[in-house]
Design a protein around this ligand. Structure first.
Ligand code: ZN
Length: 145
C-alpha cells in the first residue's frame, strides 16, 4: 500500500501547486505583510516610538504622513527626529493604543480594499487623497490626513 500513498501525496501536491499557480499573487503578498509592534518608551509625560522609521519603511509611507495621522488621532503635538528615526509624542500613550492606531492606519491607508495587497501608494489630487494599488490598479479615495 505504501507506494500508492506516495503517489496520492504527489498528486495532491501537484493539484495544490496547480491551484496556487492559478490564484493571483496578491493573496500571498497580503499574507506576507506583517506590521511590527511599536517599541514604546515613556519619558516623563512624553511617549517615544523608538521604531517609528521602521514602521514607516514597512508601510512604505513618509514619516510626516504617519506622524500627522498619529498626532491628529491622539490630539497631541509631537516631533520626528530624522537622525534617530524616533517619534516623540507630547502625551503619555499606551503601546496598545498606538498598535490599534497603526492597525487602523494600515487598513485605511496601506492595504488595498479591492485585492488586499499592501503594495500601494498615496497620491494627492487637489484636496482628494487616493490610495492606488500597484498590484491590481484599483484607486480608492481615502480621508485626507
Ligand atoms: Zn489591489
Amino acid at each position: 500500500m505504501k507506494p500508492r500513498k506516495v503517489e496520492l501525496i504527489y498528486n495532491y501536491d501537484y493539484l495544490l501547486e496547480r491551484l496556487y499557480s492559478r490564484l493571483p499573487a496578491r493573496g500571498v503578498k497580503a499574507g506576507r505583510f506583517e506590521l511590527p509592534r511599536v517599541a514604546v518608551e515613556r519619558v516623563g509625560s512624553k511617549t517615544i516610538i523608538r521604531n517609528f522609521k521602521q514602521l514607516c519603511d514597512v508601510t512604505r509611507r513618509e514619516p510626516r504622513i504617519l506622524m500627522r495621522y498619529l498626532l491628529k488621532e491622539l490630539g497631541a503635538a509631537g516631533s520626528y527626529d530624522e537622525d534617530s528615526g524616533m517619534l516623540t509624542i507630547n502625551v503619555r500613550v499606551s503601546a496598545a493604543t498606538l498598535n490599534k492606531l497603526l492597525e487602523r492606519f494600515v487598513k485605511t491607508y496601506v492595504i488595498c480594499p479591492t485585492c488586499g495587497a499592501p503594495d500601494t501608494r498615496l497620491e494627492r489630487r487637489g484636496k482628494a487623497w487616493i490610495l492606488i494599488c500597484e498590484a491590481c490598479g484599483a484607486e480608492q479615495p481615502v480621508p485626507p490626513i
